[in-house]
Design a protein around this ligand. Structure first.
Ligand code: TXA
Ligand code: MG
Length: 357
């Protein structure tokens, strides 16, 4: 590889998988994105940035490419992949579009929303885990859009992490999980949002949130007549064996450190955390509260606003493992509005348990 292949931030390279860093040089970027697009067209795997988290891309039309994605991630093959496109109407090639999809697309695409639609047979069953539906997403990240457009095919892409670990929000995270297992990593810096897209299913103009994200229930109500939230979003034990979204039944987003979710006010929370005498304990905290704790503080932003928290959550959970912490304490966020996505990731990382001291 030429010297345009750069190290991704934060990772220790000695690398089999080449990493290309997006720079100011558009000519270089285009050349590498063309190489990446050719890899996709030929059935290979390329990790790329999106506005939510990094995706591990494969052509949705290339026989056998989806299986490679499952193998690289160690992901169960009944957990279907999201298919990424540049223009919401491109989905008509492989899915049956309906009025509500078109209205949602007009309002929220490109952006962090994934819609489940009935699939056409051109999409292989391996992409959709054998379901007769397909998840459609149109990312807003410029690099993702260029890559998909150059590939000229819809791109199936789960988050580019090892199955079960926190999703990657920078190229270093991808490298740490998938080096040597995939063909290329495109380093486009830190993801804006930091949590995966909102996933919805539709029944007429009623919408059900299967996975909450940056497009909230309140925002969806601008388009849908009613918006339900699947029970498993806030109570993972309700997922059962055959959930509406197969991803609901798998343990997710977990670092090796135990995540302890605590339902308490600020004062009681600090008291509870500080009763842990283990030197290998940590706490997720905004900078405003950091002086309240005796254990390692993992910063979730200056004020801990939902945006800041979402943006840093996965990085901090990974950082907990770098510090080899045994436990990470987290104050339970609200289960509503822009905090619902965060609560959903935390309750699952905490194995479904909330402690009330
Ligand atoms: O933000 C995102 O959505 C990222 C970026 C890369 O686009 N992708 C992502 O993909 O999070 P993944 O595979 O990690 O999560 C996809 C989720 C899984 O929970 C899966 O079960 C669900 O979407 N899903 C995919 N296809 C589905 C379908 N046909 N019906 C129901 N759920 C589906
Ligand atoms: Mg994932």
């Amino acid at each position: 590889m030429s010297d345009n292949v750069k190290k991704a931030s934060g990772a220790d390279f000695g690398a089999e998988t080449p990493v290309y860093k997006i720079t100011e040089n558009e000519e270089d970027n285009n050349a590498f994105l063309k190489t990446a697009a050719d890899i996709l067209k030929n059935g290979g795997l390329v990790a790329f940035p999106t506005e939510t988290v990094y995706g591990l891309g494969a052509s949705a039309y290339f026989k056998g490419a989806a299986q490679k994605v499952y193998a690289a991630k160690g992901r169960p093959s009944d957990n279907p992949l999201i298919v990424h496109i540049c223009d919401p109407l491109d989905a008509g090639e492989f899915a049956y579009l309906n009025d509500t999809y078109l209205k949602l697309a007009k309002r929220f695409m490109p952006g962090p929303l994934t819609v489940i639609l009935k699939k056409k047979s051109v999409i292989d069953d391996s992409v959709t885990g054998g379901l007769d539906t397909v998840a459609v997403r149109c990312p807003s990240n410029v690099t993702a859009r260029r890559l998909i457009s150059l590939a000229g095919v819809p791109v199936a892409a789960p988050s580019a992490n090892s199955s079960g670990s926190p999703s990657p929000t920078n190229a270093g995270h991808v490298f740490a999980d998938l080096n040597g297992k995939i063909d290329m990593i495109i380093d486009g810096g830190e993801c804006d949002v930091g949590l995966e897209s909102t996933v919805v299913s539709l029944d007429g103009d009623v919408c059900t949130i299967l996975r909450p994200g940056a497009v909230t229930k309140e925002m969806l109500l601008e388009v849908c007549s009613a918006v339900d939230v699947a029970g498993a979003v806030t109570n993972p034990s309700l997922a059962g064996d055959k959930p509406a979204s197969p991803g609901m039944k798998y343990k997710h987003y977990s670092p090796a450190a135990e995540v302890i979710l605590v339902d308490a006010d600020d004062e009681l929370f600090a008291e509870y955390v500080n009763s842990d005498a283990d030197s290998k304990c940590g706490v997720l905290s905004s900078d405003v509260w950091k002086s309240s704790f005796n254990c390692a503080v993992l910063s979730v932003g200056k004020t801990g606003s939902a945006d800041e928290y979402n943006h840093s959550l996965y990085s901090m959970l990974r950082y907990a493992d770098e510090l080899e912490l045994n436990r990470v304490y987290v104050k339970k966020p609200p289960e509503t509005g822009e905090y619902l996505a965060l609560y959903n990731r935390l309750i699952r990382a905490a194995g479904g348990k909330v402690i009330k001291p």
